[in-house]
Design a binder for this molecule. Structure first.
Ligand SMILES: Nc1ncnc2c1ncn2[C@@H]1O[C@H](COP(=O)(O)OP(=O)(O)OP(=O)(O)O)[C@@H](O)[C@H]1O
Ligand SMILES: [Mg+2]
Length: 388
């Protein structure tokens, strides 16, 4: 074990200290997988009491751009990984000087800004829908008609779960007023304007690449969003084999070309015209693969640990169809959820993130289930959620 970043290709064995930038639910579940394998875990988060804080050895309090806190996180760590891409580039660079940072600084710099990310995808020849990077309101006024009048506007930095997004011309025809209003609603900041696509369905593919260069993809997951937030996800996606192969090879191509050492989730659209287009990238565990804990030989969280520690990647084969449904803060509003009733559904398990203040749209936990088929797994989690 060494914290010398030159020993980058070295394997970090159990007993080593894994550091994670971010202590939300993704950091928590990664930490739990790491602990199962005998690692010690330290996280950094703006909140002392965060979902990961209950399961780790140490929580360092620091904002995402806090260079000093990030250095403290990295000091003595055998490897550093992340669960959120919004970490300041200065903080990341400093971390990388102290301990192996996986994935590296450059992929995170590109992915954390949707304007850079979309431009990178297009330049690399990855299929994406029509889009334009917009820096001024006046540009947007020209871009909306050029993109066909129906547009998703997304801020470059800091958007998630549909926050930092505005729809233009989707619910009613676009006007100069509605375009101005959309620009202001996202804070008048550099953004990506995308043509609103006619979606048939949405899938994602989780890819992993370890520092030794080994690459593996998970089977594609099928995702359903409500109000731009993931509602449920199921494995397998139940798509034609040819599309499955294309989606997995696209994810493998991106993880290699970006030189990622870690996980990369590729969110994709399948349009009614039959095109397969990349929506966006996430260099970390992803909500659409929580069911990999139930359905795959290796979960996404264990795979995250394996990539960060440069261990051989785990088998991603499906052992059973599996689904998850998210539990947002709404489930708690005005009532105590009836967990016993939900857990009476065969195959269902409960995962709560120990967030103590429910808010509308806040991801508080999820329900998972296996089933004989993807449909059955999904029916079970949806039934369980209704019973709450
Ligand atoms: N160009 C588009 N055309 C049609 N639907 C879209 C488009 N862009 C986004 N959406 C819808 O909005 C959802 C959220 O968009 P996106 O993933 O870009 O935003 P986000 O805020 O980063 O979300 P998350 O953090 O949940 O991944 C998509 O999964 C899709 O359902
Ligand atoms: Mg998304």
């Amino acid at each position: 074990m060494s914290s010398d970043p030159r020993s980058k290709s070295n394997v970090v064995l159990p007993g080593g200290l894994l550091a994670i930038l971010g202590g939300g639910q993704l950091g928590r579940m990664t930490a739990m997988a790491a602990r199962t394998m005998g690692y010690r875990v330290r996280v950094m988060d703006p909140e002392r009491v965060c979902p990961a804080s209950f399961v780790v050895d140490e929580t360092i309090v620091g904002r995402w751009d806090d260079v000093e806190a990030a250095k403290r996180l990295a000091t003595g760590a055998d490897a550093v990984t992340l669960e959120i891409e919004q970490i300041g580039v200065d903080a990341l660079s400093q971390v990388g000087q102290i301990a192996p940072l996986r994935p590296g600084v450059e992929p995170i710099r590109i992915i954390q800004d949707k304007t850079l990310q979309k431009a990178w995808l297009a330049k690399t020849g990855i299929p994406v829908g029509p889009f334009r990077v917009v820096r001024e309101k006046s540009e947007l006024l020209d871009v909306v008609p050029a993109l066909g009048g129906r547009v998703f506007l997304k801020i470059g930095r800091g958007g998630y779960d549909g926050r930092g997004q505005a729809r233009i011309g989707v619910d009613a025809p676009a006007t100069p007023e509605s375009i101005s209003q959309a620009w202001e609603s996202i804070g008048s900041r550099p953004a990506v304007a995308e043509a609103a696509l006619d979606l048939d369905f949405e899938i994602s593919v989780m890819a992993a690449r370890n520092p030794s260069g080994e690459v593996r993809t998970f089977p594609a997951a099928r995702n359903h969003h409500e109000n731009q937030i993931l509602a449920w996800s199921v494995l397998p996606a139940g798509i034609p084999q040819e599309l499955e192969a294309r989606a997995e090879s696209l994810a493998a191509e991106i993880v290699e070309k970006m030189g990622i050492e870690g996980l990369l989730c590729v969110e994709m659209f399948v349009t009614r015209q039959g095109e397969l287009l990349v929506n966006e990238l996430a260099p970390r565990p992803h909500n659409s693969y929580h069911q990999s804990e139930r359905g795959c030989v290796t979960s996404q969280f264990e795979q995250a640990v394996r990539t960060a520690c440069n261990l051989p990647l785990g088998d991603t084969a499906l052992i059973s169809p599996a689904a998850i449904v998210n539990l947002l803060g709404e489930v708690w509003i005005d009532k105590t959820p009836n967990f016993a009733a939900a857990l009476a559904v065969p195959g269902v398990r409960l995962h709560l993130y120990e967030k103590h203040t429910p808010r509308a749209g806040r991801k508080m936990g999820h329900l998972s289930s296996t089933g004989a088929t993807a449909e059955e797994a999904l029916e079970r989690v949806l039934d369980a959620k209704c019973r709450l």
